[in-house]
Write a protein that binds this ligand. Structure first.
Ligand SMILES: [Zn+2]
Length: 300
């Protein structure tokens, strides 16, 4: 008589155990010990928006904080990655899908420096961010092209904005991180105008990993810029079925040209993407086989 009952109980236990196990695996993947020479870059899935955690054994930098709707996801992710302090919070530009989660991050974590472009925005979200920064007694650093920032082995050079653009997206702080022989480019929502300015400035743009500008929008990622960066991997941060139709099909075609040999990751298809470097080589995650459309969904 107790057999069916036991089977029933086991049936109930197994899914719970599987769920628990997958939570444990996810948590340990994010919080696995980091080697002294390793930098781990987490392109966090915050739906439509950007939030990128750059983490070494000793230091951490956050570039953007996603939309306010995703703030709990962001806070939970930072904690699961073992973050308590952030050496820098970089708000690439004051649009809600980049700064929405930042007021809570600034309130709840030890933050040492805030980097933002010289552009204001009349939104409640921006006001909230400024007041969180003020309450913490933090000063805002407005970077110039060529400025460098370092937090231990995490080192950046600012490449943009190279001039005062009318459009807020083009005012995005663009930063290139170099670690040994490897490099990562973080573009915020910079569009063609800022990309052309970066090309004109003749700064080194070549990077192993490109965070594709403006969620893969048509207005970013010119062929010339993509050729100059010449990445082996690219990441698009965007929400599933977003109303902007990001990423744009033309951008996906450019990224997917066989001669470019770019491995593309998308947070809407792959979830959070973690890419690590030991200074000699970049290790992107293996592509998930169950998501064959990650190279580009031709339907949208
Ligand atoms: Zn954006």
């Amino acid at each position: 008589m107790y057999f069916p009952a036991m089977v029933k109980t086991i049936k109930r236990i197994i899914p719970a155990a599987v769920m628990l196990l997958s939570i444990v695996i996810m948590a340990t993947a994010a919080a696995a010990p980091i080697a002294p020479n390793e930098i781990r870059v987490h392109y966090i899935d915050v739906g439509q928006g950007d939030a990128i955690l750059i983490q070494s054994a000793q230091n951490a930098v956050l570039i953007d904080g996603g939309d306010a709707k995703a703030q709990q996801t962001l806070l939970d992710y930072l904690r699961s990655a073992g973050i308590k302090d952030l050496d820098y919070v970089i708000a690439t530009h004051p649009h809600a899908d980049h700064i929405g989660g930042l007021p809570k991050v600034i309130k709840q974590f030890v933050v040492r420096g805030v980097v933002m472009p010289d552009v204001a925005h009349t939104s409640a979200t921006f006001e909230k961010l400024l007041s969180a920064i003020e309450k913490k007694g933090l000063r805002i650093t407005v970077p110039k092209v060529g400025d460098t920032f370092a937090a231990g082995i995490i080192k950046f050079t600012v490449l943009a904005p190279g001039k005062k653009f009318k459009d807020t997206n083009n005012m995005s702080v663009v930063a290139r991180m170099v670690h040994g022989e490897t490099s990562f480019l973080f573009t915020g929502d910079a569009e063609d105008k800022s990309e052309n300015e970066m090309l004109k400035s003749r700064q080194p743009l070549r990077s192993d990993v490109l965070k594709v500008g403006h969620h893969g929008s048509r207005t970013s990622t010119t062929d010339d810029f993509l050729d100059a960066v010449s990445p082996s991997a690219a990441v698009i941060s965007c929400g599933k079925n977003n109303t902007y139709n990001h990423p744009n099909r033309e951008t996906l075609v450019k990224l997917g040209r066989p001669e470019r040999k770019i491995t593309l990751f998308r947070t809407d298809k792959n979830g959070t993407v973690v890419i690590s470097t030991d200074g000699r080589k970049v290790s992107p995650p293996a592509k998930r086989e169950e998501q064959p459309n990650a190279m580009g969904d031709r339907q949208n």
